[in-house]
Design a protein around this ligand. Structure first.
Ligand code: GH3
Ligand code: MG
Length: 307
């Protein structure tokens, strides 16, 4: 069975007629988990909590009709990017256009023809699954599986704005493998790739707090976003990353600072404001990293410590 028709999919049915919900649940039960709501407010609540893949939404409901529910769902990212199919007995071109304009992907006329309902739901679950897979590919680095630089750039922008609103600090760690060119020259590119993957995995496992995000920033460079940290937590984290990579004990006889693979880490921290920017935070981490390299590598350096 394809993944989009497994129990991983969830479908929310919204209609003020409980008999109709029951009938649709029977028709669609083998397509995934079925959720239901008999009104707009409840539908929004469930959509926010459960982020269903697909919503079958009745147009004619009171006090909140289907159009209003649809617009609320489409205007807030917190609902996830769910597909919406409208259902109505009031068929006609104008209603159909209004449904699609409100942000629905499709339209089903009542009374239902079960094979048609199943065919449309199957199609939209497949499209939803495919677009989610494409989105994930676009956000990740194929080799290490970490988030890529493009995704990181978006994440730091939105996290910066969020923390600015709450007057809370944002830290970052820029991580670079030491003497990695020498490693490739000595052990070959295939071993180099395997080592990059091992370091990426170790960084990811070492980064556990909610909201923290590890990305591959460039060739052998990684970056970690660390919301709501203070200087001592950030320093502890930097030291722990260095230790975690050392503990992998990947032999590197061509390194000039150790017998094993090591990293250098640049740390920077600021409370976001209008006077500064995410690129400033990155620039500071880069300068700290440069200092860590100059001071002998295999260490972390905090930006504020620089004279
Ligand atoms: P430093 O300690 O100053 O960071 O020295 P370095 O040799 O690590 O830095 P440099 O920037 O001179 O070289 C980085 C090397 O990383 C060169 C490049 O071939 C290698 N590299 C970048 N991306 C990949 C990759 O995807 N796979 C492999 N195997 N190597 C990569
Ligand atoms: Mg390097």
């Amino acid at each position: 069975m394809p993944a989009y028709l497994s129990k991983q999919s969830s479908i929310l049915i919204v209609d003020d007629d409980i008999n109709l919900i029951h009938m649709l649940s029977q028709i669609l039960k083998d397509f995934g988990r079925i959720l239901f709501a008999t009104g707009g407010e409840k539908a929004l609540e469930i959509a926010k909590e459960q982020k269903p893949d697909l919503i079958l939404l009745d147009v004619e409901m009171a006090p909140m009709d289907g159009y209003e529910v649809c617009r609320s769902l489409k205007h807030d990212d917190a609902f996830g990017n769910c597909a919406i199919i409208f259902m109505t007995a009031n068929v006609g071109m104008e209603v159909e256009v209004a449904c699609l304009d409100a942000g629905a992907v499709d339209f089903i006329a009542k009374p239902f023809n079960p094979p048609v309902v199943r065919a449309r739901v199957r199609t939209h679950l497949r499209l939803k699954h495919n677009s989610a897979a494409l989105e994930s590919l676009a956000q990740h680095d194929a080799m290490t599986g970490l988030y890529n630089r493009g995704y990181f750039n978006q994440a730091i922008e939105s996290e910066y704005r969020r923390l600015q609103r709450h007057h809370l600090p944002l830290g970052i760690a820029l991580v670079d493998i030491d003497y990695f060119k020498n490693y490739n020259d000595s052990y070959g590119h295939i071993a180099g790739d395997a080592t990059l993957i091992a370091v990426a995995k170790a960084l990811e496992l070492a980064t556990k707090r909610p909201g923290e995000l590890v990305a591959r920033y460039g060739g052998e460079e990684f970056v970690v976003l660390l919301p709501q940290v203070d200087k001592s937590i950030l320093l502890q984290y930097g030291l722990m990353l260095c230790e975690t990579v050392r503990a992998l004990q990947i032999p590197h006889t061509a390194s000039r600072c150790s017998q094993h693979i090591t990293i250098s880490v640049g740390l920077s921290l600021m409370t976001p404001s209008q006077d500064t920017s995410p690129s400033k935070l990155l620039e500071q981490a880069d300068r700290a990293l440069y200092q860590a390299k100059n001071n002998g590598r295999n260490r972390c350096q905090f930006f504020a410590e620089l004279a």
